[in-house]
Design a protein around this ligand. Structure first.
Ligand SMILES: *Cc1c(COP(=O)(O)O)cnc(C)c1O
Length: 367
C-alpha cells in the first residue's frame, strides 16, 4: 500500500523529541496558550519573516480573526477564488461579509489578478489570495490593485508554510497571512492549530484579544471575542516539528522534481511552477480528463490518491445562496474536474514513487 500521506513514519522519525516536548507540557500543565505557544509564535513568525504571530485553534479561525481585525463585517465584500478548500469562503461568511469570487489562473490555480478589478465595488474591503497547493499567488499585481483601491490583503497560506514569492516568505507579503497546522498540512499539529502572522501591531493586538474572548486582562472584555486559543500541547509539538520543516520541504521539492522528470515526455500535465516562487508542494496534482477511471485503477494497485478539490465553492450546495452558476468560473470548474493529487510527503521513498509513476504512466499511455 502506498499512502497519500504517512504521519506514522514521520512521528517515528522524531518520536523522542516529540514525546519529551509533550511530557514538558504535561509537567507544567500549561494546556492552553502558555510558554510553549508563546515561544512557537515567535519562532514561526520569524520563520515566516513576519513581525508577529498569533496562535489560534485552526487555520479557519486565523482567517476569521484576520478579517475581523480589519473591521470587516456585514455589508462588506471580500474577494477570493472558488478553487479552494471551503474554509476560505466560510471564514468570510463568519464575519457577516459577502464572498465575491474571481476565477483562477488555469496554470497556477491561484487567483487571476487580471480579473480582480472587475469584481471590485464600493463595498469591497479585502482580497484573500490563496497560495494553493503550496505555490504563492502572484502577489505584486494583487498588492498594486489593493493599494489603488484601499483594500486589505489577507494571504490564505494554510497550504504554504515556508513558500516564497520573489525571495520573500509568505506570511507578511500582504497585510496578514493565515496558516493551518491541521495534521496533514506541511507543518501539522497532533490535533488542530493555526496562526495569523502580520507586520502590523494593530492587527496583532486585535487578533491576540479576539482569540481569547476579547480581553487583554482577564474578565475585562473590550471586544466580543472567541475561544480560539491554541493548545499548549500543540505549541510544544509544533516547536519540535518546525525545526524539521525546511528539511521536509526540501524533500518534498526533490520528490516533485523527480515526479516532473519521470513524467516528462509522457504528455501528462504536471504542476506549472512560476520561476519567481519557491513552491512547497503541499499537493502534487496532475491532470486528466479520465480521472475517475485513473483513481479506480490506482486504488486497485494499492496507490492512494486524492482530489483537491472536486467541486469549486460556487457549485457547492452550501453556498448556492451566493447566486453563482455553472459556467461562471470556467478555469476553476475545469481544474476541479481534472486535477488528481498523487502521494506527496517527505517520507515518500523513491521506490514508492517509482510505483506511482509506473502506474500513472501506463494510464496516460492508454488515453
Ligand atoms: C486547511 C485549509 C484551511 C483551513 O485550515 P483548518 O486548520 O483546517 O481550519 C483554509 N484554507 C486552505 C486553503 C486550507 O488548505
Amino acid at each position: 500500500m502506498i499512502p497519500f500521506v504517512d504521519l506514522k513514519t514521520q512521528y517515528a522519525s522524531i518520536k523522542p523529541e516529540v514525546d519529551a516536548a509533550i511530557q514538558r507540557t504535561l509537567d507544567t500543565c500549561l494546556f492552553t496558550l502558555g510558554t510553549e505557544v508563546a515561544e512557537f509564535e515567535k519562532e514561526f513568525a520569524t520563520y515566516s519573516e513576519a513581525a508577529f504571530g498569533v496562535g489560534v485553534n485552526t487555520g479557519t479561525s486565523a482567517l476569521h480573526l484576520g478579517l475581523l481585525s480589519a473591521g470587516i463585517g456585514p455589508g462588506d465584500e471580500v474577494i477570493t477564488s472558488p478553487f479552494t478548500f471551503v474554509a476560505t469562503v466560510a471564514a468570510i461568511y463568519y464575519t457577516g461579509a459577502t464572498p465575491v469570487l474571481v476565477d483562477i489562473d488555469p496554470a497556477t490555480y491561484t487567483i487571476d489578478p487580471a480579473r480582480i478589478e472587475a469584481a471590485i465595488t464600493p463595498a469591497t474591503k479585502a482580497i484573500i489570495p490563496i497560495h494553493l497547493y503550496g505555490q504563492p499567488a502572484d502577489m505584486d499585481p494583487i498588492l498594486a490593485i489593493a493599494r489603488k483601491h484601499g483594500l486589505m490583503v489577507l494571504e490564505d497560506a494554510c497550504q504554504a508554510h515556508g513558500a516564497e514569492y520573489k525571495g520573500k516568505r509568505v506570511g507578511a507579503i500582504g497585510d496578514m497571512a493565515a496558516f493551518s497546522f491541521y495534521p496533514g498540512k506541511n507543518l501539522g499539529a497532533y490535533g488542530e492549530g493555526g496562526m495569523l502572522t502580520t507586520d502590523n501591531a494593530g492587527h496583532n493586538r486585535a487578533v491576540r484579544m479576539l482569540r481569547d474572548w476579547g480581553a487583554e486582562r482577564r474578565y475585562h472584555h473590550e471586544l466580543k471575542g472567541y475561544n480560539y486559543r491554541l493548545e499548549g500541547l500543540q505549541g510544544s509539538v509544533l516547536r519540535v516539528k518546525l525545526r524539521y520543516l525546511d528539511l521536509w520541504t526540501e524533500r518534498r521539492r526533490a520528490m516533485a522534481a523527480r515526479y516532473d522528470a519521470m513524467f516528462a515526455g509522457t504528455g501528462l500535465p504536471t504542476p506549472f511552477v512560476r520561476d519567481d516562487v519557491r513552491h512547497v508542494y503541499h499537493i502534487y496534482a496532475v491532470r486528466t480528463p479520465d480521472r475517475a477511471r485513473w483513481q479506480e485503477a490506482l486504488t486497485a494497485q494499492g496507490i492512494q490518491s486524492s482530489i483537491h478539490y472536486p467541486i469549486p465553492v460556487h457549485l457547492l450546495p452550501a453556498y448556492a445562496d451566493l447566486g453563482y452558476r455553472q459556467g461562471q468560473f470556467p478555469h476553476a470548474e475545469k481544474a476541479a474536474a481534472e486535477v488528481l493529487s498523487l502521494p506527496m510527503f517527505p517520507e515518500l521513498t523513491e521506490q514508492q514513487q517509482d510505483m506511482v509513476v509506473a502506474a500513472v504512466t501506463k494510464l496516460q499511455a492508454s488515453v
